[in-house]
Design a protein around this ligand. Sequence first.
Ligand code: ATP
Ligand code: MG
Length: 283
Amino acid sequence: MAIILTSLNYKGGVGKTKNTTLNAYEVAKKGYKCLVVDLDPQSNATTVLIRTKQAHDPDNVFSFEKTLMTAVREESLENLAVPIIENLDLLPSYIDFANYSTFLDKRFGVVEEGDPDYHEITKQKITYFNQLLTPLKEQYDYIFIDCPPALNLLTVNAMSAADSVLVPMQCEYFALEGLTALVDTISKLAAVVNPQLKIEGVLRTMFDHRNRLSNEVSEQLKQYFGEKVYRTIIPRNVRLAEAPSHGTPVMYYDKSSLGSKAYLGLAGELLRREEQQQKAEAS
Ligand code: ATP
Ligand code: MG
């Protein structure tokens, strides 16, 4: 049964997609069967992974047969997964996934707080994606869900399907602000629909050691989240920023770059944490 992680922060541009795609890539390389679900209508994870597929197999001419939105409308995610590299599949998204909330309104109806069936209908809308994903969970060891930078039905659907949330964040002014809302939503969802949901870890991204503010925010994060803060720090690294425009994940582009090494380290830390957690749960 897959362990499901979602990379989430309501702030934009903090490294969610980079984290989802490179983590999945590294974990797949270590031999675990992985699936990336692109729940973001911006479809950045889809673009990066399709380029990765093409870089890996240049003779393969790829065209979408269907996208996540089509599959959701058909109420089945079967036959949607696109193989990227060995052990790594993708559920591809497209801009039409922005219609997901409207689809749920049509499917379940529009309700307002105070309506007698408000809680029941809301619950059905929140858990809908998890229901669709359930038949795929047996096929993978890890499922990584990439989310848009928003607090909306899409991100709440991701959280109700997930075992845990990985929060990438830049150590900058205002960085901590959206976190309270995120922590709050996680505890509400845990209480109502998904008791096992927790924060998997907080990842410091695009970090610049020379910047005093970054170091201060990093300290605040450690005080607030303690052991949840990953030891691995992802540096701001030009190779990580450049890699997608070369049509490659950073590993193909520059294996020896600090960014590449940091993501390799992160995948190791993530797997170690998961193993420790499973051992603790089993004992
Ligand atoms: P959005 O909220 O729009 O979905 P995001 O949180 O998914 O954004 P990314 O797309 O992963 O963020 O990263 C934002 C930009 O920063 C991208 O251009 C990416 O290539 C670049 N980037 C990500 N991580 C790093 C890094 N460690 N060093 C340098 N550039 C980075
Ligand atoms: Mg993104």
